[in-house]
Design a protein. Structure first.
Length: 519
């Protein structure tokens, strides 16, 4: 066929089929198959014109990689070139029905079959393969999409910032070639299995959509609890009893963690005990304990209470609960000296849990009794960060005089008459995060900041001390459940992947292997 086309002047030369570079033991196992290279299966392999095409408001569509990235020709948003430019192109650079396009740059390795005769041309980053009429183009497209070919294309690709598959390398790609009749059978089987994959994907999407709606509705009912405690208890019991079924993604586990904290600060996580000392009495005791060392300047008026809380609770500004601070840190110059002082970075507290591995060495002569050193039990708030993280809090738990803290962190110490863990939970709960984020300001939108006045005005729903401890214990229990659930999701993904590999291996096993196993 190629010899005939060359004689007719439709191609420049007829390349011989080359199988000499493949050893006998490298050839495919099925009888009748053969290894060859891509150029032997195509009458021509070229790419788009290398000269910048002229622009036109209408005319012939000029396709770029973004127009074929979805494995189909997309003419909805294309550039145009004049008809005269299109007609000046070589015939082999004018794609036609039965050709196979193949992306060569950046998102390389995407095959697209040309299925109609609508005239168009392509940029130089798209290869144009014209298979022999004795090759099933659908089979060739399937092979060109396989990891077998993609790994070869990757080996031939050049460049650093943007990999490019050269035409010379593309022509040498090794192709396992079955008989033509078997090519047709393979295409039919691939189409059948891909249709099954599409149905499975659609079924999974429908199932996940229903699951997402159920999860969102369940969490929404908990975040805006029914005033009837019995109805709310039913909602909470349903959500907790069905956590593994309705929570299948890590982002849903994150939402669940936020819901738990939201319930905790609203008094919905554990029952109230009327025998507990009321929070109002506790707040007066804290005030007396603070004495004249630090009188609060901010309080929460009844009109400013963010949401209803149990009768034994009391709204308090953070200012009423702290005995030291607020204090901004310092930002000395960094150094490479290994014996220099350590200063934590913002990343050390971004997760809401202190991470001592995030620090830098700084040039600073700080006295040992300085308040710039962190001490066990300090509560740290990020003064500046993105809108999502500004004001996030973490407890420093570690040795004293080991870390300095930077200027973008505010340090406070809360009274020993209350639970530090509960105050931290309240500070990172959704209502507190909303308050701090909405009250952050600054010239830079990418780094909004809170000041000390905003921080000490943070409303804290304060339960009786005994209930604070019960809430912390319940939150720890539920967060541990979230940890196990998150771990199980990862294990589930790995298990499903292994099971799929095993099923595919069994489904694709040669028939003779199955017979041997039976014998």
């Amino acid at each position: 066929e190629k010899t005939r086309l060359a004689k007719e002047g439709k191609i420049k030369r007829a390349d011989a089929v080359d199988i000499s570079r493949y050893r006998e033991d490298d050839r495919p196992n099925p009888p009748g198959w053969l290894y060859t290279d891509l150029k032997s299966l195509c009458t021509t392999i070229t790419d788009g014109d290398h000269l910048p095409p002229p622009k036109a408001d209408s005319g012939i569509p000029f396709l770029v990689i973004s127009n074929v990235r979805k494995k189909a020709l997309d003419f909805t948003e294309t550039r145009f070139v004049p008809i005269e430019y299109y007609q000046s192109l070589d015939q082999i650079r004018r794609p036609r029905t039965g050709d196979l396009l193949y992306t060569l740059v950046g998102s390389y390795g995407i095959p697209v079959i040309v299925r109609d005769d609508q005239p168009f041309c392509v940029q130089r980053h798209i290869g144009i393969l014209r298979p022999s009429q004795l090759i099933d183009v659908k089979f060739l497209a399937a092979i060109m999409e396989s990891m077998w070919v993609f790994s070869q294309a990757t080996n031939y690709a050049t460049g650093i910032a943007q990999k490019t598959v050269p035409l010379g390398g593309l022509r040498l790609i090794c192709i396992p070639l079955p008989p033509l009749a078997e090519q047709h059978r393979i295409v039919a089987k691939v189409d059948e299995l891909m249709a099954l994959c599409d149905r499975l994907a659609a079924a999974r999407m429908e199932r996940e959509t229903k699951r997402d709606r159920l999860t969102a509705a369940s969490l929404a009912r908990l975040n805006t609890p029914d005033p009837d405690p019995n109805i709310f208890a039913d909602h909470a019991r349903f959500a907790l009893d069905n956590l593994p079924a309705i929570t299948t993604r890590r982002d849903q586990v994150k939402q669940l963690r936020q819901t738990i904290l939201n319930l905790a600060v609203r008094g919905k996580l554990v029952p109230q005990n009327p025998n507990d000392e009321p929070a109002s009495v506790l707040l007066r005791r804290i005030g007396k304990d603070k004495g004249h060392t630090r009188r609060p300047a901010v309080a929460i008026s009844r009109d400013a209470e963010p949401f209803p809380i149990p009768e034994t609770w009391k709204w308090a500004a953070l200012d009423e609960l702290i005995i030291a601070g607020p204090q901004n840190g310092i930002s000395p110059k960094p150094t490479t000296r290994e014996d220099a002082a350590k200063a934590i970075t913002l990343t050390a507290t971004t997760s809401g849990i202190f991470n001592s591995s995030h620090f830098k060495r700084v040039e600073a002569e700080i006295s040992e009794d300085s308040d710039f050193w962190l001490a066990d039990g300090d509560l740290l708030f990020q003064r500046g960060n993105t809108r999502d993280y500004v004001g996030i809090a973490a407890i420093y738990e570690g040795p004293a005089k080991t870390f300095l803290f930077p200027d973008l962190i505010i340090k406070v110490r809360v009274s020993t008459l209350i639970s530090l863990r509960f105050i931290h939970m309240a500070s990172v709960s959704p209502p507190a995060r909303t308050f701090l984020s909405e009250n952050a300001s600054g010239a830079q939108a990418t780094m909004p900041k809170i000041n000390q006045t905003t921080l000490v005005s943070l409303p804290i729903p304060l339960p009786p001390l005994a209930e604070q401890h019960r809430i912390v214990a319940k939150v720890d229990e539920l967060m541990s459940l979230c940890d196990r659930l998150e771990t199980s999701l990862g294990v589930g993904d790995d298990t499903r992947s292994s099971l799929l590999d095993a099923l595919l291996a069994e489904a694709l096993a040669p028939a003779e292997t199955e017979l041997e196993a039976v014998e």
